[in-house]
Structures are given as structure tokens and as C-alpha cells.
Ligand binder design. Structure first.
Ligand SMILES: [Zn+2]
Length: 363
């Protein structure tokens, strides 16, 4: 973090913290005055969610160590309840995935459905997709901490294929499952992937810079979504931050929670966030392949970017290379980023060769 950024950061904290502190200060009673009920202003609220549980090995810990560290850090940070979205198909005889899921639930967190095999809806029929959901439900239902929440793999609800999307949404409804929308996304999975790749390549990792990049990116993604949701809904509903069950999260989630609070956010439970009417969407969007604010914004044709800039992999990879690896990009070809729903496809970049899948498809 350079000096200018530090100054802006501190300045931002002061600007946010002072009015907030004033708003929450207990008011002295004025003699003779009629007592007025004190209504605390509703500030920015956010819940945490971790997808793809149980994920495989990361850059720093064994999966079991990751789970223990993540649970301990959430507890130490006063995070009462996060949501963990499971892919039971990742659980095998050779890993401890079932025990890890049980550990999250035992620590007070809740467990939702992320499908059995993490299939992209674009690649399978609605019928096959729902069969995969059923396999996951067979495993999850009745387990401690279970919630009837379904999160689409890659946040892809079928893109512009309205017929397939409607068939799947109706199928989920018939099963008593609600869509576990995400509102804030900073592509944390890419930071984890870049870290693993750097480790494997034997590259030196500036761990302080890694922490700062992760924390800064996730906080910015939350603020981006808050601003967009205020534009498209006229209010500031509780957010649901998309994270993944990664070593980076296990290492820096405490720093992230502290930074969110410094930025004016209150951490709420997943139950509290999903109780907001915002999340009871019918799903009749022109396109749904990303966050909820993005889908609403696209539907309303609001001008301006509908997704947080660092969800573009070329930009995210360049930042990682420059700040965490202290590498200079070998080339900076122009990359025209297109709008939703192909926003994450870019054919020219120094660090991210063309990929067939749109971004948001977490590993
Ligand atoms: Zn996923």
C-alpha cells in the first residue's frame, strides 16, 4: 500500500467512522423533553459465505488445518454464523470432507447446497442438473446446520436461456429450495488459484501484499455492490459476500472482517441476510449469470458497470503479479471487456490465456 493509498484509506475510515460513531453515541436525556424512541440508522450489513466445500489442498495448509484455522478465525472475529455451500461430490474416501462440513456446522455455521458435482448449467440439461441437485440433497438433508438454500455453481442460472432457467427454478421451488443469491463477488478463488500456482512455480510470495490485496479486493467488491444495490433498489439491504473455502480465507479472514468493520460494515448472520425480501426473487430476469445486483441492474438497463472491475481475470492477475509477486507484466495488450453475460471472456492478456468459460466459474 503506497503512501497515497494509505492516506486515502485512513481518510476514508475517518469520514465513515466519525458520523457512524456519532450516530451510535448514547444520547443524554434532556429534562422536560418528550422521550423519543432511538432508532439506530441501518448501516451496511453483510454476511459471509464460503463455496465449494470441501475444496482440495491450497497453498499453505492441509485441508483439515484450513478448516480448523477458518473456524478459529471466524470465532475470534466474532462472526456468529457464516454459510458454507457444499458439493458432496467432492467428498471421497481419501479426504475428510464430511468431517470438515460437520466441523463447520458444530461451530455454529450453516450448510447449503452447491450441487453434487458443481456442474455448469450451460453444459447439462435442466433435468440432469436437477438430478445432480437431488444427489446433493440426499447427502445434505438432515445434516446439522442444513439450510434449504441452493447456490448455482459459477453463479450461472442459465444465462439468457430463459426456458432452461425457468425449468430449473421451478424444480428448485418444487424441492423446497430457495436460490442462495450472492450480492458481492471479488473472485477470491482467483487469488487462491494464483497463490497456489505461484507456490508450485517456486515464486516468492509477498505475504503482506497478498493479505492486503485479498482484503482490499473483497472490501471493494462489497462497497461496489452496496452502491449498485442502492441505485437499483433504493435501499441498502444486507449483502451476501461470496468467498470460497480457501487457504487464503483461512489465513486472512480475520483481517478481512476487521477491514469490513473499519469500512462501516456490520457482519450479520446468513440467516439474517437471507430473511430480507430482496432474496425472494422470482428469477424472471433477462439473464442471470452473476450477482443479484448485476441481474437486477441488467434487467433495468442501468448505465455503468454492473460488476466489480477486479472480477475480470486479466486485471486481477496483473494486480497479483505486480503486488504479490513483484513481477512486471510481460505484455499489456489491450483487452476489450464485454458486457454481461460475456463480461469475463477476454482473448488477450499476458497472464490469462483464453478460457472457454466465463468468469465466476469457481474451481
Ligand atoms: Zn462453486
Amino acid at each position: 500500500m503506497n503512501l497515497l493509498r494509505q492516506a486515502m484509506f485512513v481518510g476514508g475510515i475517518v469520514l465513515v467512522a466519525l458520523p457512524l460513531a456519532w450516530a451510535f453515541l448514547p444520547r443524554a436525556t434532556v429534562p422536560g423533553a418528550v422521550a423519543q424512541p432511538v432508532v439506530a440508522p441501518v448501516g451496511k450489513r453483510i454476511a459471509l459465505s464460503f463455496d465449494d466445500v470441501p475444496r482440495g489442498p491450497g497453498a499453505f495448509y492441509t485441508p483439515a488445518e484450513r478448516t480448523a484455522r477458518l473456524i478459529a478465525a471466524l470465532r475470534a472475529s466474532g462472526v456468529e454464523q457464516a454459510a458454507f455451500f457444499a458439493n458432496p461430490g467432492r467428498i471421497g474416501a481419501s479426504n475428510d470432507g464430511a468431517a470438515r462440513l460437520a466441523a463447520y456446522a458444530a461451530a455454529g455455521h450453516v450448510v447449503g447446497d452447491h450441487s453434487f458435482a458443481h456442474r455448469d448449467l450451460r453444459a447439462v440439461s435442466a433435468q440432469a442438473f436437477l438430478a445432480d441437485v437431488d444427489r446433493a440433497e440426499d447427502w445434505l438433508k438432515g445434516k446439522p446446520g442444513y439450510r434449504p438454500w441452493f447456490r448455482f455453481p459459477g453463479l450461472n442460472q442459465g444465462g439468457r436461456d430463459a426456458v432452461k432457467r425457468r425449468a430449473v427454478l421451478d424444480g428448485l421451488g418444487a424441492r423446497g429450495l430457495s436460490v442462495a443469491w450472492v450480492t458481492a463477488d471479488g473472485s477470491d478463488w482467483n487469488i487462491e488459484g494464483q497463490t497456489i500456482a505461484a507456490r508450485k512455480a517456486g515464486q516468492a510470495i509477498d505475504e503482506g501484499a497478498l493479505r492486503d490485496l485479498y482484503v482490499e479486493t473483497m472490501v471493494q467488491s462489497a462497497d461496489f455492490s452496496d452502491a449498485l444495490l442502492r441505485r437499483v433498489t433504493g435501499r441498502s439491504p444486507p449483502q451476501m459476500l461470496l468467498l470460497h473455502e480457501t487457504d487464503v480465507a483461512a489465513r486472512y479472514i480475520g483481517d478481512l472482517v476487521a477491514a469490513l468493520r473499519r469500512d462501516g460494515w456490520t457482519i450479520v448472520t446468513a440467516d439474517a441476510a437471507y430473511a430480507d425480501p430482496l432474496y425472494r426473487q422470482t428469477g424472471d430476469f433477462d439473464s442471470a449469470n452473476g450477482t443479484l445486483p448485476e441481474a437486477i441492474g441488467w434487467q433495468q438497463r442501468v448505465p455503468g458497470p454492473l460488476y466489480y472491475a477486479r472480477n475480470d481475470k486479466p486485471l486481477a492477475d496483473r494486480l497479483f503479479a505486480e503486488r504479490v509477486l513483484h513481477r512486471t507484466p510481460i505484455a499489456t495488450p489491450r483487452c476489450r471487456v464485454q458486457r454481461h453475460p460475456w463480461r469475463r471472456v477476454c482473448s488477450q492478456t499476458a497472464f490469462a490465456p483464453r478460457r472457454p468459460l466465463p468468469l465466476g466459474l469457481a474451481a
